[in-house]
Each structure stands twice: as C-alpha cells, then as structure tokens.
Design a protein around this ligand. Structure first.
Ligand code: TRP
Ligand code: SF4
Length: 533
C-alpha cells in the first residue's frame, strides 16, 4: 500500500484468488461479508475502480474504496458528466435508530442530489412490518428519526422526494404490475423463501423492486443509481431482470431469420465481415452456407472471461448457418415483441426508418444502429402506456467493522454509534474501541500499527475525516510507520465523534420544523398486529 492512497482495501485484493466459504448475500441475514472480492466473481458485481475514472470529483467514500462495487454505474456517471437527467434512490427499514452505517447511504444520496440528480429516500415500513414484525407505532417513531437525520445531513426535500412505502399508491401499483412477472420459484432461488414465508414478506420484495424503478415512473426512464450495502444486491438483480421483463420490445442483433446468442453472434459477425469484403453486393451475395464453410475452418480466439466460450459456440453457430442454407446473411437489428399491445406493435413498424421486414412477433430493420433501435423501441413503448424502463444501476459500500471488533450490530450497543447517542457516550465508545495497534507502545513505534485492521482508522476514513483526504492520509501513514500511538489517535477520533454528534443533533432539531411541513404521515394510525417481541 503506498502512502498516498489512504484506503482500507479490506479484502478486495486476495492473495490466493479462491472464493471463501462465507460468501452469501442475504438481505434479512446478518450484514457481514467475509471477502468483498468474492462478490465480483460470484455475483457479477463489478469493481468500483473500473468506473472511478468516469466520475468527476468523486465522493470521499469513492476515493477511499469504501464504495467498492457497482452495477452499471457508468450510465449514471456519464449522465452526470453530460448534465443529462439521472436519479438516485435508497430505502431504510425503520427497525431501530439510524446509526453511522446509515449515514454512508444518506451522504451518498445527498451527494447525487447536489450533482443534479432526482433523489428519493424512502421508509421501508411494509418491509419492517412484514419481515421484521415491527408494530406500526415503532415504525412511525423510527421513520421520523431516519428522516430527521437525512434532512440534518443536507437532503433537500424540495428538490427530492421522501415517502413511506405504505403511503405511496403509485409504488404499490407498480409493484403489482412487476409482481406479475415474478414467481415463487424465483423467490425461493433468490431469497431462500419457502412454504413458511409469510405472504406479506413476499409482497414487500415486490414493493422494493417497485421502489427501485419508481424514479423512472414519476418522470421518464433515466439512469438511476441505488446506493446500498451489498446485502441488497439480490433485490437489485431481481429488479434489473423485472425492468427488462416488463418491456414491450426486446432489441437484438441478427444476421438472418434465426436468433443468435452473444457468442454465436461474435462468430457469425466474424464470418460475415470476412466474406462481405470479397463480394460485389454484400446485401445479397453472402449466404448462410458460405459463412458455415468459412466458420468451419476458423479457430476462435480464447477470451479471458469466464462466461465467454467461443469454441463451444462454434458448433451451435455452425448448425444454424447450415440450416440457413442459401438464405442471405445480412446484419440487422431485430425488435422482438414481448408485451406490446397490438397498437404499439403497429406504431413501432411505422416508427422504424429505412428498410424493414415485418414478421409475426418481430420486425427486422436494416438501416438502424442498435442504439437508434433501442431509443425507437422505448419511445413507442412510452407513448403507448408502457414503462420503457432502463435497468437500474447500483453502488455498494463496505460494512463498517464494529467498534468492539467483529461486525457492527445494532443489537450490540458498544459495537456501533447511533446518530442519537449522547455525544459523551459517542466519545466513550470511541475511546474504548478495539484498535489495530500493537501490544506495547514500543512495539508500535518499531513495527507500526495496522490501520487496515483498525476500526478506529475506519471511523476516520468513513466519517470523521470527511472530505479532508489530508487527515485520512496522515492517520494512515503515521499509524503504519509507527509515529502514531493508539491512545492519542483514539482521543482525537473520540473528540471528532463528539463534535460530529453534537452538531448533527442540533441540525436534527432544526430539521423538525422542515419535516413537519412535509407531506409525510408519521402518525399512521394504522391498525395491525403488535409485532413480534
Ligand atoms: N430492503 C432495504 C433494507 O433492508 C430497504 C429498502 C426498501 C430499499 N426499498 C428499497 C433499499 C429500495 C434500496 C432501494 O434496508
Ligand atoms: Fe488504529 Fe490509530 Fe492505533 Fe493506528 S494508531 S492502530 S489507526 S487507533
């Protein structure tokens, strides 16, 4: 680790490259991840580093590797950079007091809002009631507290939207619609639901997928980022699927009447490109059987990605080309009708410029690029009462280590700091935290401490240093080279924590008035069960 990169890498780099046993993403389990690197290989989450360069003036949580992963965040970064519309949304289950872990997500939302995004914060009260058995009274109280902290940290409720799931009819309706494209077997596979799972819990999952797509419903389809912990990734994956399943049309690229998967398409394209160069009229003179002959002699390159196996695709592509016989091979984009109304399908045919051929259930267009086709499909869909959703993006932050070592858990008060903790208690908790220090001062001076293993360093990096990279770097390097001893280091952190809590709590008080002005019912007067105690 070099001195001027003060970031805990906390496991994104693994020496042995083998997935560990404890990788599991469970939204209702305990929030701990053994090894972040495994999430890339196991679930297809991408390393945040890969998009970091596209982000202008990144947030300190991005700079310090706290935000470690993403799905398609490039779409959002690009919109942000080009002043195009984008949105951000996250949700909070009101099961207890907001704590410093929630602050990460509050800050991420606020940062996207400051950069011009439409930002949404929601209270996941249906989920808290159905999955955690919280009573409505408890939910009301906690909901209020989450919203106060979000406002106190700088969320602008005029520019953005705050809502509770149970009060948002549009979200409920959208959930109902999305639920018609999901089934129980899928819930079993994704969440481990079984015959004992209560039905409202399942409904709360559908509601969350609706939350995630809601920013695109109230306005227009646009890149949307969901900042969350990686435990929420199953919801993001499901929602990305559902966003596609409800679309009217699917746009693919084809070369003849048959369909191709991505690998087969790569091979057929190679054949087409090679043959088209040598004929007078590429539109008529390249035939499927010629491409089959070419491909038969072709050695596909080995591609260094797990999911890409061109050698295996070769034989299926050959079968399709041979069956095509004398049919001309010609590149085209294909619009497949998935859920369109008859009127929308007719309107799509009208809207396609240039040469086109209409079939039962699909249209082939010969003069459009893939991007042009996508945007025609989306416009027609929106004009005809469809959703036209884009797949949502996400960013994932690391979980903070508990102050007592192990995981940070709301059931162990000393392990975490609530945003409502008395500032003196906050001070005391930091003073008594576990560290990555050595047994004696002498040893520490000689060997240096281990900031990467230290919950106190994390406090600096995740929260206390704020935007001041200088401070984070100073703590990191002074610790690592033995100039810094834990006593003084914790004293400094404890004082910063006390100040932070004092100031935050003052701002929460000021936010009371703002909250009361907002149209959010925090005294829900709902009948129900008392919750599980
Ligand atoms: N399931 C989330 C949690 O446990 C809360 C939530 C509900 C949420 N809807 C959401 C998070 C939409 C992100 C986006 O905290
Ligand atoms: Fe942690 Fe500070 Fe001690 Fe280093 S000096 S191990 S950062 S408490």
């Amino acid at each position: 680790m070099n001195e001027d990169t003060p970031r805990t890498d906390g496991g994104t780099e693994r020496a042995d490259g083998e997935p560990s046993e404890d990788v599991a993403l469970d939204p209702w389990g305990s929030a701990s991840v053994g090894d972040y690197a495994d999430l890339f290989a196991e679930f297809g989450i991408e390393a945040f580093d890969d998009v970091a360069d596209d982000v202008i003036d990144p947030h300190y949580l991005m700079r310090r590797g706290v935000i470690f992963g993403h799905r398609e965040y490039d779409a959002v970064a690009e919109a942000m950079a080009n002043d195009e519309p984008f949105a951000a949304l996250s949700g909070f289950m009101p099961t207890g007091d907001p704590h410093i872990g929630h602050k990460l997500v509050f800050d991420e939302l606020i940062w996207h809002q400051e950069r011009g995004g439409d930002v949404f914060g929601l209270i996941a009260d249906l989920e808290a009631h159905s999955a955690r058995g919280m009573s409505w009274d408890e939910i009301d109280e906690h909901a209020r507290s989450y919203l106060l902290s979000l406002l106190a940290l700088g969320f602008d409720p005029e520019a953005g939207e705050l809502y509770r799931q149970s009060d948002n009819r549009e979200v409920q309706d959208l959930g109902f619609e999305l639920g018609s494209k999901a089934n129980f077997s899928e819930f079993e596979a994704i969440y481990g639901f079984d015959g004992e799972t209560n039905v409202s819990h399942m409904q709360s999952v559908v509601t969350q997928t609706a939350d995630i797509l809601y920013p695109q419903l109230v306005d227009e389809p646009k890149p949307t980022v969901i900042p969350v912990g990686p435990d929420q990734d199953p919801h993001v994956r499901l929602t990305r699927d559902l966003a596609t399943r409800v679309r009217y049309f699917k746009v693919t690229e084809a070369f003849a009447s048959f369909e191709l998967d991505n690998e087969e398409r790569t091979l057929v394209r190679a054949a087409y490109d090679a043959l088209a160069a040598d004929v007078d009229d590429a539109e008529t003179d390249v035939r499927c059987e010629d491409a089959a002959a070419w491909l038969d002699d072709y050695e596909p390159p080995e591609i260094d990605e797990e999911s890409v196996d061109l050698a295996a695709a070769k034989s299926s592509a050959l079968d399709k080309l041979r069956a095509g016989g004398k049919e001309p091979l010609r590149p085209r984009v294909r619009f497949l009708d998935r859920n369109a109304t008859d009127e929308a399908f007719e309107a799509l045919i009208e809207a396609i410029d240039g040469e086109k051929r209409v079939f039962e259930g699909h249209v082939d267009a010969f003069d459009l690029t893939r991007e042009e086709a996508e945007s025609v499909a989306r416009e027609v869909e929106i004009d005809h009462d469809g959703f036209g959703f884009r797949q949502p993006s996400s960013i994932y932050h690391r979980f903070m280590t508990g102050l007592t070592g192990g995981k940070m858990s709301s059931s162990i008060p000393a392990s975490h700091i609530s945003l409502l903790d008395d500032p003196e208690d906050g001070y005391d908790k930091v003073r008594s935290a576990t560290t990555g220090g050595r047994d004696t001062a002498e040893e520490q001076r000689e060997l240096g401490g281990e900031p990467d293993e230290c919950p106190v360093y994390e406090l600096y990096a995740y929260l206390l240093a704020g935007d001041d990279d200088g401070l984070a770097k100073e703590v990191y390097s002074e610790c690592a080279n033995g100039e810094r001893l834990c006593g003084g280091c914790k004293e400094q952190a404890a004082e910063l924590m006390r100040e932070f809590l004092e100031e935050h709590q003052e701002k929460r008080e000021e936010a009371e008035e703002v909250l009361d002005e907002l149209d959010i019912d925090l005294d829900s007067d709902r009948r129900g069960t008392g919750g599980e105690h």
